[in-house]
Design a protein around this ligand. Sequence first.
Ligand SMILES: [Zn+2]
Length: 192
Amino acid sequence: MGRINKEKKREYDKEYRLKNKEKIKEGGKQYYLKNKERITIRVAKWQEENKEARKEYLRQYYLINKEIIKKAANKNRLARPVIDRWAAQTIRTHRTSGCVVNFSKERLIEIAIKNDCCQLCGIKLNFFKSDHSHHVDDVTLDRMNNEKILNENNVLILCWLCNMTKGIRTMEQFYNYCKMIAKKDFSVYEKS
Ligand SMILES: [Zn+2]
């Protein structure tokens, strides 16, 4: 009797999920939006606590599904525009490192296209990276003051070299750094 009831319930639940797929999805999305910061912190904490187990799980998963993953990755790589890939990857890496990103991939693409020159040095940015090495003009996203919560008004679109030069400094620290350099006497390097 108990077993049959359990099966019935499982069947019913399955049907319910199928019928209300969109509703459930929307509910989940709303929940995530409301609890974004809390969830990000919890996930980061969980990942930190289960680092080794997770690594092993991902390794096993990759080994078992190697061919499928490779095929899918290749298909994705070829089908998606480069800037789309850059934006998705940028958001993903920031989230993985524990940041909350308060703009969509589409919005980031818009921001990047609007600032097609580095916001510090003005060099024309390269959105068409073809290999894995870094180029000075590669487009990058900079967290102005190393905030953990990223909004449109606390990020800059910089070339890779400027981003590296600024490093972990806040904008204020970077400005003072530049002023300090400017005061030094490097006239020997000045071209006439
Ligand atoms: Zn630059």
